[in-house]
Design a protein around this ligand. Structure first.
Ligand SMILES: [Zn+2]
Length: 289
């Protein structure tokens, strides 16, 4: 019983009934003989649980409330006496005297629960008979102040969080795809340059050798140490600055592919030629480092 017993014993819900005795006793046992009652099916477990919870809440005249309950599934193994022929209607004193006759080396009894007499329940007298419990469905019991009138399965908090994260991930992925599609499509293509072949550039940008950023329709060289990344900086005909990071520039200064200004509302989209590109170094060396 070594490892199985240890893991089951770590689960406090298995031990609770043996640690804290039920002052009202159980179906077959008086309070001083602690036991844990389990049902054979989820349906029976819910019927028993709802009946017990209702009794408890009506005694304290509890106001309307929702109760979250979790269903546990626990393997049971041991020596049990079958009391299923005993009627669930039998008075408590007679049931308790039957339970009192159960020998000490027996792990518990099988019986018919009063809440569902066609089902089987099991009263476990020893924690050692219990295997490791696993959590299954979570349920919400709705107490309306008089009775539990609604019952429905619920996702656990962990499951809800997991689903929320999956939904958020799917949404952000969809948004990214949507943005990627639209950023590749100019909204008002007056001309539609294609990148499949190299047409003669239609726009020539003049070389700006002054200080500060280039005025509209000009390009300016990057520092030689960053030129392999940023290539060159151009200013569109509407005055927006862009770097040609993703482009290639031929020895003649022809830029591939076409240059699209990403500035909101700007319709600049041209094949461009950088004037004086081959002489950029000469111009650069003149600049102070
Ligand atoms: Zn622009």
């Amino acid at each position: 019983m070594g490892p199985k017993l240890d893991s089951a014993m770590l689960q406090n819900w298995n031990l609770a009934p043996f640690t804290y005795e039920n002052p009202e006793g159980t179906t077959f046992f008086a309070p001083e003989r602690s036991c844990l009652e389990l049902a054979d099916t989820p349906q029976t477990a819910l019927a028993v649980s709802i009946a017990r919870r209702s009794r408890f809440l009506s005694r304290t005249k509890e106001a309307a409330a929702g109760l979250d309950m979790r269903m546990l599934k626990t393997p049971v193994e041991g020596k049990f006496i079958d009391l299923r022929t005993v009627s669930a209607e039998l008075p408590r004193e007679q049931r308790w005297s039957l339970g009192n006759a159960v020998p000490a080396d027996i792990d518990g009894v099988l019986f018919r629960p009063a809440e569902r007499p066609t089902a089987t329940a099991i009263a476990v007298l020893k924690g050692q008979a219990l295997g490791r419990s696993i959590q299954t469905t979570h349920y919400r019991f709705e107490w309306n102040g008089v009775r539990i009138d609604r019952l429905y399965p619920r996702f656990s908090r962990e499951r809800r969080r997991f689903l929320q994260r999956r939904i958020e991930m799917a949404l952000s992925w969809a948004k990214a795809v949507w943005r990627a599609i639209w950023s590749r499509r100019p909204f008002t293509p007056r001309r539609s340059p294609t990148q499949r072949h190299t047409p003669e550039p239609r726009t020539r940008l003049a070389h700006w050798r002054g200080t500060g950023s280039a005025p509209a329709g000009h390009w300016t060289a990057c520092h030689p140490s960053t030129e392999h990344i940023f290539k060159a900086e151009v200013t569109c005909s509407h005055g927006h600055r862009l770097t040609l990071k993703g482009h290639s520039i031929s020895a003649r200064g022809q830029v591939q592919p076409s240059v699209i200004c990403r500035h909101p509302g700007c319709d600049f989209h041209e094949f461009v030629m950088l004037d004086n590109w081959s002489h950029r170094r000469a111009a650069q060396t003149a600049l102070p480092r």
